[in-house]
Design a protein around this ligand. Structure first.
Ligand SMILES: [Zn+2]
Length: 518
């Protein structure tokens, strides 16, 4: 085990003895990163639950093994008097002055061990997810067999990783061509042990057969509709669990049924595809769009918008100069992000101010539609689709939360999107996404109040003025997944080491004259 994984952290014993009263003997007070305890108590937390209710505290949260067994409100009067009843713990984390929320769920992630054919250490992504407070990932397309193994290792606790729900790609490696073949593919994925299906562009008759078979097999469906024969009305009719990104929604609200593409448009040219995607929302007719959103809400079709992944389209310079690139951008990812028609999503050669202006308008209409959707009873989740288009794993989800706030959602709702709502999309709302007795012990202990500033969630933290001095603050101190606490700053140091080592290796290879893609 890495020396840093054993870093011990003082849990504030002088301020917060536990046992049964504040005067009792304090228990062992140092928590090791990466090991599960029989009885761990997170003390004095201000809790943001995942169900959209206001923050409340102080509370002691009791974790036994991998389950939250009690959330105890502390009476502030007795606390001040020194005789408050506190639940005992073998070991504790002091959350005085900190906020505790359910672990974040990333509803649109991809397990990636390579970019553009160049290997990238899996640990890099897994640690970034944990450091950014992500305790669950809905993987929507990766190497299914490998990711199913990773799901088991994560379940056993033998690897530091979020819990995984594996949604296997339906159209890869080959797309089924008949209804019978579509049904057979569903059964094949069920037999493999997938939790759900990731669907991309598909013809209507095949979609009908595949969704019918998936419902019978108990598999949920995440649909990335392309600009295709099907649109959101098909998702409504056939019972898709969630629409990914946004394609298919404005398309279903265009009066002439087809976007006004220029004559030379070619969908397989990614610059074309993303350029004119930026001119799609403006063509949606508001009255028709309202009907689509009502239809989705009534049919229980959720929406995972991944606002973060298109942000380069509206502000390329911002996307290319994110501050965490300096220390934490793996060279493999850096290379992949460069404009290159061979890599999906790396379409920015010749990107113009006109493209950005259209995309800014696109975002305004899209964000308003999201707010409208929730108002109409729709379920909104949060996912980042990182590993593409200048978005780093985990950091992308935190940016996604900021964009939900920009859309007009209250930060309490924003936190709900990434916790309780995502748990509902997974069908795991009885076990995940809440700070509640009986739920999985998936929690984050945050240095600061994300309801005031979502940026406190970033591992790089924030700058704060304290006693007239500028100091670093913020960051997630502990990510507790399935009862196992991981120390945020330790993870961040390890990520920086992985990146520094990879950069040094590439520099050495260049020096020794090894050519090829660096
Ligand atoms: Zn994706």
């Amino acid at each position: 085990m890495n020396r840093r994984a054993l870093v011990l952290v003082i849990a504030g014993i002088l301020l917060l003895p536990s046992a049964t009263s504040t005067r009792a003997q304090s228990p062992r007070s140092q928590v090791a990163s990466g090991r599960r305890y029989a009885r761990l108590v997170v003390r004095n937390a201000t809790v943001i639950d995942g169900n959209g209710t206001p923050a409340s505290g102080p509370k002691d949260i009791v974790i036994e093994g991998n389950t939250i067994t009690a959330v105890v409100g502390i009476d502030p009067v007795s606390l001040a008097r020194g005789d408050a009843r506190r639940p005992p713990g073998d070991i504790e984390i002091d959350a005085t002055g900190k906020y505790v929320a359910p672990g974040l769920i990333n509803a649109h992630g991809h397990v990636q061990e390579e970019r553009g054919g160049i290997p990238q250490p899996l640990d890099y992504e897994l640690k970034m997810w944990l450091a950014c407070g992500i305790t669950t990932v809905r993987d929507v397309g990766s190497d299914t067999r490998k990711t199913l193994q990773l799901r088991e290792s994560s379940r056993e606790g033998s690897v530091a990783a979020p819990r995984l729900f594996v949604y296997a790609r339906f159209m890869a490696p080959t797309a089924p061509q008949t209804a019978d073949a579509a049904r057979a593919r569903v059964q094949e994925l069920k037999a493999l042990g997938a939790d759900g299906i990731k669907l991309t562009g598909i013809d209507r008759d095949l979609m009908a057969a595949m969704e019918d078979e998936a419902h019978k097999a108990g598999l949920r469906i995440a649909h990335h509709t392309g600009v295709e024969e099907t649109n959101a009305w098909d998702d409504i009719k056939f019972g898709t669990t969630s629409i990914e990104h946004w394609y298919g929604i404005p398309d279903a609200a265009i009066e002439g049924k087809i976007q006004n593409f220029p004559a030379r448009y070619n969908y397989n040219n990614e610059t074309d595809r993303f350029r004119y995607a930026g001119r799609l929302w403006r063509e949606a007719k508001p009255e028709l769009l309202a009907k689509v959103l009502d239809g989705m809400a009534a049919a229980g079709v959720a929406w995972v918008p991944t606002l973060d992944i298109y942000e380069a389209s509206r502000d390329l310079q911002r996307a290319r100069t994110q501050p965490w690139f300096a220390e934490y951008l793996h060279p493999t990812l850096e290379e992949y992000f460069r404009p290159n028609p061979a890599n999906h999503g790396s379409y920015f050669s010749g990107w113009t101010s006109t493209d950005e202006a259209f995309w800014k308008e696109n975002y305004r209409i899209w964000m308003a539609a999201l707010v409208d959707f929730e108002r109409r009873g729709g379920l909104i989740g949060a996912g980042d689709d990182a590993g593409f288009i200048y978005q780093m794993y985990g950091f992308g989800l935190l940016r996604e939360l900021e964009l939900h706030q920009e859309a007009g959602f209250h930060p309490i709702k924003v936190m709900q999107h990434a916790t309780g709502n995502n748990a509902r999309i997974l069908g795991a709302e009885g076990r995940l996404g809440r700070v509640r007795a009986g739920y999985a012990a998936d929690l984050i202990v945050i240095n600061g109040n994300p309801l005031e500033d979502l940026k406190v969630l970033y591992p790089t933290g924030t700058e704060e003025v304290r006693d007239g001095k500028l100091v670093r603050g913020g960051g997630i101190e502990w990510t507790i997944k399935d009862g196992i606490p991981y120390h945020g700053p330790t993870l961040v140091t390890e990520i920086a080491e992985i990146v520094a080592k990879a950069r040094a290796e590439r520099a050495a290879a260049r020096k020794s004259g090894v050519t090829g893609r660096q």
